[in-house]
Ligand binder design. Structure first.
Ligand SMILES: NC(=O)c1ccc[n+]([C@@H]2O[C@H](COP(=O)([O-])OP(=O)(O)OC[C@H]3O[C@@H](n4cnc5c(N)ncnc54)[C@H](OP(=O)(O)O)[C@@H]3O)[C@@H](O)[C@H]2O)c1
Length: 213
């Protein structure tokens, strides 16, 4: 499969690259900083420069692929403005590019607990921006899967997760999120699903099979 990842130098995306390449996929990584190109090339990923806040139409950068992944984020240090321009509008620009290029499959990294915004003012804007992006994707007509991880950690992955439409709050290593996203991309029957994700007791395959019933 050919896959384009927006936010390709992000921590989750960097875990995904070797998993996808090892499984035989071709990965196109959209980044906004030229100096990150070498890191992607070293992982077998084709770097493409694309700043989603500066470009209105990102379809050329996205290219002709089979699936796209939204892995970008304005990050914890950013203000409210960039929650809208990256976390919401960046995801929407990726929807528009997918439609324009005839790409059906869209996998979104969202976040748990968006229904009840909580925390600081900026964090609440982030949660609203992510919720609006998810809603735009659900209405897009694309074959979407929305994965909503709990609090992300940089611990080593355990390979054991819990995946379901609604889970109690929890946390999960980014490496495990990457493993789930890789499997989600390879499981088209997860299309149309929105799923919470935290650490748990099931292997990724078992967790996906439980969701599919
Ligand atoms: N932190 C949590 O606990 C938590 C929980 C649930 C979900 N999430 C979500 O998980 C996702 C991925 O997390 P992560 O830790 O892997 O993120 P990350 O390491 O912060 O990576 C985000 C990437 O987005 C890129 N980006 C920012 N602005 C951009 C722009 N204008 N154009 C193109 N790319 C841009 C950044 O590029 P630069 O390197 O150039 O800045 C960065 O590489 C995020 O969407 C986040 O909202 C986080």
């Amino acid at each position: 499969m050919k896959i384009t990842i927006l936010g390709a130098h992000g921590k989750i995306a960097m875990h995904m690259h070797h998993m996808l390449v090892n499984n035989g996929h071709q990965v196109r990584g959209l980044i906004r900083k030229q100096e990150q190109s070498e890191d992607l090339k070293n992982l077998g990923v084709e770097p493409v420069i694309c700043d989603v806040e500066k470009e209105e139409d990102i379809s050329e950068a996205v290219g002709n692929v089979d699936a796209v992944v939204f892995a970008a984020g304005a990050g914890p240090g950013s203000g409210a403005d960039r929650k809208w321009t990256v976390d919401r509008d960046g995801a929407i620009k990726l929807i528009e590019a997918a439609k324009k290029n005839g790409i059906d499959r869209y996998v979104m990294i969202s976040a748990m607990g968006l229904d009840e915004p909580r925390g600081s003012e900026v964090f609440q804007v982030y949660q609203k921006a992510k919720a609006e992006a998810d809603e735009a994707l659900r209405k897009s007509g694309l074959d979407y899967t929305i994965i909503k991880p709990g609090r992300l950690t940089d611990e080593n992955g355990t390979g054991k997760v819990s995946l379901a439409p609604k889970l109690d709050p929890g946390e999960i290593p980014r490496e495990d999120v990457a493993a789930v996203l890789t499997n989600v991309l390879e499981t088209p029957s997860l299309s149309g699903k929105t799923l919470d994700l935290i650490s748990g007791n099931s292997t990724v395959e078992e967790a996906i099979n439980k969701v599919l019933g």
